[in-house]
Design a protein. Structure first.
Ligand SMILES: Nc1ncnc2c1ncn2[C@@H]1O[C@H](COP(=O)(O)OP(=O)(O)OP(=O)(O)O)[C@@H](O)[C@H]1O
Ligand SMILES: [Mg+2]
Length: 608
């Protein structure tokens, strides 16, 4: 019978599971471990190593050992996150031809999905060894906060590994699935996942009939155990510098050893109150005298060094609850996921924040893979009662005239989903429109991320605003986006599936936005909008006439200057809403305009 495996492709560790006779089970690797380090290395002889054996030789082969590839997957070379990785990683990260990221191991250069594929392939082999049969299908998990490019790149990695990735699911959703599977419960749960590289918080409703509905999800793809390690490393490096005047960071090999022992010490401090980092012959002093690093670390030291990191996770929990309109008290269970949640301080702060003890009995390292395997088996075997209702973590939309961002699908909408809006041309006889597909939360297009673009040509000749174009966004169950544009009159269509990294720098994006102005679209105006427009334009005209006089009168006082600044803001926002044809925003601005007009009239009447 065909089998589907579930793979948790982690930043630091990966895990594979399968449902056997109705029971989800983690598959141990050849060494008997249930998780495998997400590390890849190439030896001097050109041999490729993956997992524990790559980790064991990392110190002596630091330059050719890749860790945390997940932090780089689907990212652009020009992103700050990549710059940060280049500065801190011992292996060589180089620029790819499309503003993408490549990794050099010995004399070969690999794309990030190729490196991730080696890890996926290892997980595939672990499963095949255990099952005694070939496996070709998998459900792979990604952080909920992964964007479209990162999801696509993860799918690509699966393909390179020879796996048909039948579904990508979010890690916290997978965790909730494993937690609620077969339990016949009906409750609201929070999943707090602090792994090696990423932090995620999700709120889910689990229904008695196997329905898992995500209410809200948020996170930080650059906040995880490695940041805790980095704090400890800096502390050790600083201490060593003070004592010996030498910077251990200048020495790749020393740095790798330090990284190793810092992580080890961090993990030990979850169980004991103090531990010692002991690294003999860490560096030579230059007078051929070898120096040792030896230092006692207390749990409190670690807690102090990383306090702001834990606080950041709690702040994200707070804002996620707030945005979802859910009170802390409504959360009936808190599930901890990720190796970092073994740290006592993390557990304490989570318990304190939610005012309840997190639930025991789920294994933080295994729960995500287990959930993926449950989803996999449910996809093959319809009798399994599992319905996953996930949400999209980002707002999706297009750029419209004036460089504004018009939302099509709001953040935290349940997927799969499809939404349409109608747009029109902005010039007479405009023959083409260019649709820039973006994601993000800013109403300025340039501040959001460009996912892709396409042009719909051959529009009929007509005055501005008369050609109607319907734009439809679709998100499938993997969270992957496709977009169509259709000329409602002629039926002409264009569509794209948003592809992996667009490979553009922020400057190039700005340039593209500028170039595509000619081909812009705008919102189709409604009667309601026309009414509001007349009112707003009248107010704008009136206020415009009063402006110079009022400005002159109040110019002397700080208070007056402030009032003028505010009024300018109101005018700008009103003009923006007009340009975007945004009815709701315009109505809001009309009220603000009316207040401004009253204020202006008051100033003038007082001074006679
Ligand atoms: N006992 C422990 N105490 C503290 N931290 C630990 C402990 N065990 C593991 N960790 C840390 O947990 C992190 C790894 O967690 P995990 O394996 O869940 O991450 P991951 O799934 O690879 O990452 P991500 O989910 O971010 O992609 C590492 O930073 C590791 O040092
Ligand atoms: Mg994880």
């Amino acid at each position: 019978m065909e089998k589907v495996i579930g793979i948790d492709l982690g930043t630091t560790n990966s895990c594979v599971a399968i449902v056997e006779n109705g029971t989800p089970t983690v598959i141990p690797n050849r060494g008997g471990y249930k998780t495998t380090p997400s590390m890849v290395a190439v030896t001097e002889a050109g041999k490729r190593l993956v997992g524990h054996i790559a980790k064991r030789q990392a110190i002596t082969n630091a330059e050719n050992t890749v860790y945390s590839a997940k932090r780089l997957i689907g990212r652009k070379w020009s992103s700050p996150q990549v710059a940060n990785a280049v500065a801190t990683c011992a292996f060589r990260i180089v620029e790819g031809p499309h503003n993408d990221v490549r990794i050099q191991l010995r004399d070969r250069i690999y794309s990030v999905p190729e490196v991730s594929a080696m890890i996926l392939q290892e997980m595939k082999v672990i499963a095949e060894d255990y099952l005694g049969q070939e496996v070709s299908k998998a459900v792979v998990t990604v952080p909920a906060y992964f964007n479209d490019g990162q999801r696509q790149a993860t799918k690509d990695a699966g393909q390179i590994a020879g796996l048909d990735v039948i579904r990508i699911i979010n890690e916290p959703t997978a965790a909730a699935l494993a937690y609620g599977f077969g339990k016949k419960i009906d409750r609201m749960v929070a999943v707090y996942d602090l792994g090696g590289g990423t932090f995620d918080i999700s709120l889910l409703e689990i229904g008695a009939h196997g329905v898992f509905k995500v209410i809200s999800t948020a996170g930080d793809t650059f906040l995880g155990g490695e940041d805790f390690d980095a704090r400890l490393i800096d502390w050790l490096v600083e201490g060593f510098k003070n004592e010996h005047g030498l910077d251990l960071k200048q020495d790749r090999m020393a740095l790798q050893r330090l990284k190793d022992s810092a992580e080890k010490a961090k993990c030990e401090l979850s169980a004991v109150k103090e531990t010692e980092v002991n690294l003999p012959f860490i560096i030579s002093s230059g007078r051929s005298e070898a120096l040792h690093l030896q230092r006692l670390i207390k749990r409190e030291d670690l807690e102090k060094l990383t306090k702001d990191l834990v606080d950041r996770t709690i702040a994200i929990c707070q804002s996620t609850l707030h945005e979802a309109g859910i009170e802390k008290e409504e959360v009936e269970d808190v599930i901890l996921v990720g190796g970092m949640t073994r740290m006592p301080r993390v557990q304490e702060q989570v318990a304190e924040f939610f005012a309840r003890e997190p639930c025991k009995g789920v294994h933080p390292d295994e729960v995500v893979a287990l959930g993926a395997s449950i989803q996999g088996s449910a996809l093959l075997d319809e009798s399994t009662e599992v319905v996953l209702l996930d949400v999209t973590p980002h707002t999706l939309g297009i750029m419209i005239v004036g460089g504004y961002f018009e939302e099509l699908i709001p953040q935290n909408t349940t997927v799969p989903t499809a939404r349409s809006k109608i747009f029109t041309t902005v010039r007479d006889n405009q023959s083409a429109v260019k649709i820039l597909v973006m994601q993000g939360e800013s109403n300025r297009a340039e501040e959001n991320e460009l996912l892709g673009e396409f042009i719909l040509t051959g529009l009929r000749k007509a005055p501005r605003g008369q050609v109607e174009i319907e734009v439809t966004f679709e998100i499938n169950a993997d969270g992957i986006v496709s977009v169509h544009a259709k000329d409602l009159e002629t039926g002409a269509q264009q569509s794209i599936t948003v592809t992996a990294t667009s490979g553009l720098t922020p400057d190039e994006i700005k340039e593209m936005i500028a170039e595509s102005k000619e081909y812009s679209v705008e919102r189709r105006s409604s009667e309601e909008f026309e009414g509001a427009r007349q009112e707003a334009e009248k107010l704008l005209g009136d206020i415009g006439k009063l402006f110079p006089k009022v400005e002159e009168i109040v110019a002397g006082s700080d208070f007056g200057k402030e009032a003028i600044e505010k009024a300018r803001g109101v005018l700008d926002r009103a003009r923006g809403a007009l340009e975007r044809k945004d009815v709701d925003a315009l109505k809001e601005q009309i009220e603000a305009l009316q207040r401004t007009q009253r204020m202006f009239k008051g100033v003038i009447s007082k001074t006679g």
